[in-house]
Design a protein around this ligand. Structure first.
Ligand code: FAD
Length: 391
């Protein structure tokens, strides 16, 4: 990353130059680009998003868990950031639903984390349930489950519904989305980004934000790499699902199961999401027999009834990973380009806080001498310069 400035690509083009006035151009229309756009629009600015391929976004592939506790995110910046984001979720999704008129599937269902061996720290944990308590909390678990942790404040959102609603809210608020338009390269002029070549245009703006997820290295040498995750979904037996309504007590699973080898995420319509593999295979797509076998074995072991449900879908996606598993947020080496990449396995959870803090950074940065206090100290832990010496 130390040579981030030197290796930025340059290219010439005869495409039409688009000089319309806009405050911000966001590259990438996944959940992070959309969340920043929403917040910037709510604060009265004008925004264009350049989106190569909306369905490609990891936001569609995710499980939608909002799980800072179950994920055991490390104390410090990441934990504070993720707890802050979780605390924003109820109001944030309500606002998106109100603006878009679409549901998001936000569900404060809690997360149960069963284990097969009692860990030493269990005796000290106020969230710990022993073998009997956990079977009472969730019937149908493998009898070999020795206990587990109950995190009532963790939850889930239906990430596919959420990104559709979020996109609709951005459009409703006057945001522009150039769908199917790919940014081919960034054109730098000294210390600034002067514009960008896309499939059909040369686009210009005062300020730019890079939110290109796992594909970020295609435009800038940021240390982001893809971590593939395979997923699948089953549907509870039709004689059960025909009588289901939201929050129905008939749902066999009433909370997320965050197991040691798998997670199982019940949606309110009877669909159950099972994830996920974690693979370093670059951008090699597809579901593999090995991946599907691994997911099914672990899920059936934890919650045996799964073996009787209908297998309805399988898919995969690419998490945008960094070496230290923290995102890269805020400044870049270029004065008018901001970075919002590398949310790895918690980008759905972190979306509201990312939108909020990135808007603070963009509109009230210390450089402009305004409202520095609105950005918490931990935000600096996500600065790209932490990689400058090592990459
Ligand atoms: C299998 C799986 C399970 C997950 N489960 C969870 C979970 O339970 N909870 C959670 O919080 N997170 C989860 N995540 C992580 C989460 O999905 C990601 O962290 C998040 O989606 C990242 O958002 P993003 O906007 O940075 O990237 P993306 O959502 O991937 O969006 C990036 C977008 O940028 C576009 N783009 C890229 N390059 C260009 C270009 N040159 N020009 C124009 N557009 C471009 C892409 O087409 C894409 O649409 C999961 C991820 C995976 C893969």
């Amino acid at each position: 990353m130390s040579n981030l400035r030197d290796s930025a690509p340059h290219a010439a083009s005869n495409f039409p130059v688009d000089r319309r006035t806009r405050d911000f151009l966001i590259i990438g229309g996944g959940i992070i680009g959309l969340s920043i756009a929403l917040e910037l629009l709510l604060r009265g600015t004008t925004v264009t998003i350049v989106s190569r391929n909306f369905p490609q976004a990891a936001a569609h592939a995710a499980a939608g868990m909002l799980a800072p506790q179950a994920e055991q995110l490390p104390p410090g910046a990441m934990q504070e950031f993720s707890y802050f984001s979780r605390s924003l979720y109820a109001d944030w999704t309500a606002k998106i639903e109100q603006i878009s008129g679409l549901p998001t599937g936000y569900w404060e269902c809690g997360i149960l984390a069963p284990v097969y061996q009692v860990p030493p720290e269990a005796a000290r944990g106020k969230d710990w349930l022993d073998a009997q308590e956990i079977q009472q909390k969730q019937s149908g678990l493998n009898p070999a489950v020795a206990g587990g942790w109950w995190y009532p404040s963790d939850g889930q959102v239906d990430n596919r519904l959420l990104v559709q609603a979020l996109r609709s809210a951005v459009l409703t608020l006057g945001g522009e989305i150039l769908e199917g338009e790919e940014v081919k390269c960034l054109k730098f002029q000294g210390e600034k980004l002067g514009g960008m070549h896309t499939s059909n245009y040369f686009l210009e703006s005062d300020r730019y934000i890079l939110a290109t997820g796992a594909w970020s290295q295609e435009l800038l040498p940021v240390p982001i790499y893809p971590k593939k995750g395979q997923m699948l979904a089953v549907q509870v037996a039709s004689e059960l699902s025909s009588s289901l309504s939201p929050n129905t007590p008939e749902l066999p699973l009433q909370q997320v199961l965050y197991g040691e080898e798998t997670y199982i995420v019940p949606r309110q319509d009877g669909r159950i999401i099972i994830g996920a593999t974690s693979e370093n295979v670059g951008f090699r797509g597809d579901n593999t027999p090995q991946g599907v076998l691994q997911l099914l074995q672990a899920a059936i072991k934890l919650y045996p009834d799964i073996q009787n449900f209908a297998l309805v879908e399988q898919w995969w996606g690419f998490r945008p990973a960094t070496a230290d598993e923290l995102p890269i947020l805020g400044a870049s080496p270029y004065s008018n380009l901001a970075l919002a990449v590398g949310h790895y396995r918690n980008g759905i959870l972190l979306a509201p806080a990312t939108g909020y803090l990135m808007a603070n950074f963009l509109l009230h940065s210390p450089r402009e001498g305004q409202h520095q206090q609105q950005t918490p100290a931990y935000f600096s832990a996500f600065d790209w310069r932490r990689f400058a010496e090592t990459t």
